[in-house]
Design a protein around this ligand. Structure first.
Ligand code: ADP
Ligand code: MG
Length: 256
C-alpha cells in the first residue's frame, strides 16, 4: 500500500475550494537516494498548512522544488493556477519564501534590507516605503525599522525575513522550519503571527516543521516521512481525541 493511499482530502466549507498550491506525483532523487516519492497534495486558498516531518523527511527538498531551485523530472507543481514548468515566472511571482537559513544583510538596517528587496521586485520610492510600513506593521516590527539588523534578536530577525517575503504581496508563502534556533516565547510569537496572516483569506501558507506544538487543530496538516505523504487532513481530524504529538510519533514510528 502506498503512503498516498492513506491520504484523505480534508473536508472544507463550500466557499473554501480555490486551490493555491497543487503538487501532483512529485518524485525527486539525489543520485541513488529517493528524497521524495510520488508526493501529491492540494492546498486551498487562504489556508495555513503545516508540513510536519522528522529530519530527513524531504521537507526542504520539496521547498527547493516549489521554489525552482531543483527541478523534478516526475510530477507537476501548480501555484495559483500557474504551472511551474510552463510558466515559472508567473508561478514564482506569486510566491514568498522564508528559507531555513537566515539571508538578511546584518550590516544594513531593517528598512535598508527591505528597500533592497523591494527594488529587486521593481518597487521603489513612495510605493516601496508604503509597502515596507505595511509589512513591518503586519509583523509588529515598525518600531525596529531603523535598527541595524545585527542588533535584533533571533525572533525579530525572523520577523524581518517574513516581512520581506510579504513585500511583493505573494499569494502563497513557504516557510522552512522558520522557528529553528528560537527560544520558546519567540517561537510561539512567530507561529501566532504567521497563523494570523492567513486570517483574512488571501494568503496561503505552507509551514515546514518537525514540532507538533506549532500546529493548530484547524490547520491543514500534511505528515511527510521518508519522502512519502503519510496523511493529509485537518489537524484536528488527524489528532482526534489524542495529543497530536503522540499520533505523529506513532505514525513515523510505524513507518520505520
Ligand atoms: P528535511 O528538510 O525534511 O529534513 P531534506 O529534504 O533536507 O529533509 O532531505 C531529504 C533526504 O534527502 C534526506 O535523506 C537527505 O539526506 C537527502 N538529501 C538532501 N539534500 C541532499 C543532497 N544535496 N544530496 C544528497 N542527499 C540529500
Ligand atoms: Mg529541512
Amino acid at each position: 500500500m502506498s503512503g498516498n493511499s492513506l491520504t484523505r482530502r480534508p473536508q472544507y466549507g463550500e466557499h473554501d475550494q480555490v486551490t493555491a498550491l497543487t503538487v501532483s506525483g512529485l518524485t525527486y532523487h539525489f543520485g541513488a537516494k529517493t528524497a521524495l516519492k510520488d508526493v501529491s497534495f492540494s492546498i486551498p486558498e487562504g489556508r495555513f498548512c503545516a508540513l510536519l516531518g522528522p529530519n530527513g523527511a524531504g521537507k526542504s527538498t520539496l521547498f527547493s522544488l516549489l521554489t525552482g531551485l531543483l527541478v523534478s523530472k516526475a510530477g507537476t507543481i501548480t501555484l495559483n493556477g500557474h504551472d511551474m514548468r510552463r510558466s515559472p515566472r508567473s508561478a514564482l511571482g506569486d510566491l514568498g519564501v522564508v528559507f531555513q537559513q537566515t539571508t538578511l544583510d546584518l550590516d544594513l538596517t531593517v528598512t535598508q534590507n527591505l528597500t533592497y528587496f523591494a527594488a529587486l521586485h521593481g518597487i521603489s520610492g513612495r510605493a516601496a516605503a508604503k509597502r515596507i510600513d505595511d509589512v513591518l506593521d503586519r509583523m509588529s516590527m515598525r518600531e525596529r525599522a531603523h535598527e541595524k539588523t545585527r542588533a535584533l534578536n533571533g525572533g525579530h530577525k525572523r520577523r524581518v525575513e517574513i516581512a520581506r517575503a510579504l513585500l511583493h504581496q505573494p499569494k502563497v508563502m513557504l516557510l522552512d522550519e522558520p522557528t529553528v534556533g528560537l527560544d520558546a516565547p519567540a517561537r510561539a510569537a512567530i507561529t501566532d503571527h504567521v497563523h494570523s496572516l492567513c486570517g483574512n483569506g488571501d494568503l496561503t501558507v505552507l509551514w515546514a516543521t518537525h514540532l507538533t506544538d506549532e500546529v493548530r487543530m484547524s490547520d491543514d496538516l500534511i505528515i511527510l516521512d521518508r519522502g512519502t505523504v503519510l496523511l493529509h487532513d485537518l489537524a484536528g481530524q488527524i489528532a482526534g481525541t489524542r495529543p497530536l504529538n503522540g499520533v505523529f510519533l506513532d505514525m513515523i514510528g510505524a513507518s520505520s
